[in-house]
Write a protein that binds this ligand. Structure first.
Ligand SMILES: [Zn+2]
Length: 300
């Protein structure tokens, strides 16, 4: 099935000499917010005018998207997270058997699958690894056959000993194992200070949502951006850092990580790029009351 992209222009931001493209997969359905962030009630959301209209609707329902970020550094073509994927058998109906035009959008952005050199996986959850593979002749094959797929060693090792329910085991079988069997999955040690995996690209340990979760920091010509992964799912968590996700492996550690991260970003020039933030997706973290809010920076 082929669906033409609905827009020919791929949104992007400029970080020094790096152009960061947002490659859209889908907007998740309204039921996602109350499930994922149950403490972000409509009362809480509607108490923050700045969340409207971009990040929540008039009923206080959160807008949550699935997208990837793609950029070129030092000649390396990099993709951060690979969304939900097409044709995957998933327990979550919003993720089950999708037929999106993600790969066409990625190609339009200038990143045909064969051209991708590096795939960074912030963590190994179903909505971040789906396009790792696609179905070829009835089997799941790496979508990016010329890429090095990178995730934190702590992340892979955690799931290796985790007592998985069938749905999660299925996800590993169709989206992780085929990449490992092709010799394309590389795990890296991520020390407390982070680790550079390409010029100007650092993995920052942000544990809690999962044990080996990383955020991705980009630095170029004195400018910095940070791709959140899932240590922050939605901008409402800037004002309410205690709000966690129902799927956080370690909720206390997740909150502590979020508070530390937000404090480090607050009132700086670092551009926060939200992995699940609805458009405008990016912005600066600024002090707001006892916590923070996002000062949006729309894409070009
Ligand atoms: Zn996610």
């Amino acid at each position: 099935m082929h669906t033409a992209p609905t827009t020919s222009a791929t949104p992007f931001w400029t970080v020094g000499g790096i152009t960061v493209h947002r490659v859209d997969e889908i907007a998740l359905p309204p039921a996602t917010g109350p499930w994922l962030l149950p403490d972000a009630t409509s009362e809480v959301v509607n108490g923050q005018d700045w969340l409207h209209p971009h990040f929540a609707d008039e009923d206080g329902i959160l807008r949550i998207d699935s997208h990837s970020f793609a950029f070129v550094v030092d000649g390396l073509r990099v993709l951060v997270d690979t969304g939900i994927g097409n044709g995957k058998e998933r327990a979550n109906p919003a993720w089950h058997d999708l037929r999106t035009d993600f790969l066409e959008r990625l190609t339009v952005a200038g990143f045909p699958p064969d051209s991708v050199d590096l795939v960074v996986l912030t963590h190994l959850h179903a909505d971040h690894i789906g396009w790792n593979t696609r179905r070829v002749n009835g089997a799941w094959a790496p979508t990016f056959p010329n890429a090095r797929y990178v995730t934190a060693r702590a992340e892979r090792e955690f799931w290796a000993t985790y007592d998985m329910e069938e749905a999660r085991a299925q996800m590993f079988r169709d989206s992780v194992i085929p990449v490992e069997e092709a010799g394309l999955l590389h795990t890296v040690d991520v020390p407390a200070e982070g680790v550079e995996i390409a010029p100007g690209v650092r993995l920052i340990p942000t544990p809690g949502h999962t044990p080996g979760h990383v955020a991705v920091e980009l630095t170029s010509e004195g400018h910095t951006a940070l791709i959140s992964g899932d240590c922050v799912h939605h901008p409402v968590q800037l004002t309410h850092p205690a709000i966690g996700a129902c799927v956080d492996i370690d909720p206390q550690r997740s909150e502590a990580t979020r508070r530390t991260l937000l404090a480090s970003l607050a009132d700086t020039d670092t551009l926060l790029l939200g992995t699940h933030f609805a458009a405008p997706t990016a912005g600066h973290v600024i002090t707001h009351g006892a916590a923070y809010r996002l000062d949006p920076v729309p894409a070009s």
